[in-house]
Write a protein that binds this ligand. Sequence first.
Ligand code: FAD
Length: 433
Amino acid sequence: QISIFWFRRDLRLHDNAGLYHALKSGNPVLPIFIFDRNILDKLEDKKDKRIQFIHNAITEIQEQLQALGSTILVKYGTPEEVFPALLNEYNVSAIYTNHDYEPYAQIRDEAVKEYAMTEAADFYTFKDQAIFEKNEVLSGAGTPYTVFTPYSRKWKEKVNTFYLKSYPNEKYFNNFLKTEKMDIPSLAEMGFQSTATVFPKKEVRDNIVKNYAEKRDFPAIEGTSKLSVHLRFGTVSIRELARTAQKLSETWLNELIWRDFYFNILHHFPHVGQGVSFRREYDKIQWRNNEDEFKKWCEGKTGYPIVDAGMRELNTTGFMHNRVRMIVASFLTKHLLIDWRWGEAYFAQKLLDFDLSANNGGWQWASGSGCDAAPYFRVFNPRLQTEKFDKNLEYIKKWVPELNSFDYPLPMVDHDFARKRVLEVYQKALKGA
Ligand code: FAD
């Protein structure tokens, strides 16, 4: 009899809750990963960097497991196909995994659990990617928080060493199934290609965290951790990072709490994951949705340098600085009156750190339809944002080198005109709301 541990967005052997419980259960553990065709087949870009990132992470795990005389079993297919085959081949007593809060994942996990039960195998799942989840942080009245500040206050009241303790997986490393190495399907076999991408490093730099509060808003300097892709795929442990944050920077800790907060919103208000505004009255807005304008925004050719720099950074690297994400999102929804869902979908294709809950939260915040909304009449002024956060145009010049030449387009819309237009459209939609 063996136990299976199913990796998803928790691609590490250390401090991994579900893996810890699997290893402790006593049966030899076979770790598996599925390159899920339900997800992969929908990706249009065959050079999608995230597939490469996952492939690298799995390869690293494979090397660590080999050193322990074990292996990871990696399949390319759908969970619906893979589990029946596995349960046929091995005598599986239980499947262990970690919680995933996204709508597709919930349905997938329910189906695997039901199937496992018909085969007399148990299905166990654990909290791993958040510090607090589901109903762990509720208001005094027992309701979910919809505003960040009181949520974070309660989060900080509740947190203690128990919640931030690492799981000592290493103690049980002997319990991996001893077996020959099994080959990992190559990117090419799955129809993908690798690129020359250099991924952000998997390290927490103490000096960045220490200076975070002063430096985080300036896209030209390395003021933020760039750990988002690692948090997204679980190549780092949130518990370790939260302990570092507690020691070094409350501002940075707040960012980690934002992440929990948006998991919490998606869990309690699943309509946000189904294309519906958090504040439903915002779905009455008459978007202009001009496709040519959308294309200019995507390509970074709006004539607003800070917007264009951000979009080009995204298109080239799969990353964009948070300050600039806010500016480009505001520009799309407010200046161009393009539905936030278009921007959300574009980010979902391009961001290495794409996460449904944080991305949706960011977009709805920018459009004003979200929880903890910035008032809708606040329209970011790209010029003033540039003066404050990229005064010497360092960031802009890096991504828009043709800035001062005739090649650079004129602003596609006048700021004052756009501001007036969006206020009218929003007011009309929200009248009486
Ligand atoms: P740091 O500033 O070092 O912060 C540390 C970590 O805290 C981040 O890695 C991230 O995991 C978390 N975090 C920080 N800010 C937020 C936030 N506002 N919401 C949730 N978690 C946060 N973040 C994503 O991880 N995935 C997304 O798909 C995503 N989409 C966004 C879309 C928009 C329109 C906006 C405005 C923000 C979005 N963010 C998203 C939040 C934020 O921009 C990124 O988390 C951050 O820029 C990542 O850089 P970093 O790792 O250097 O973060």
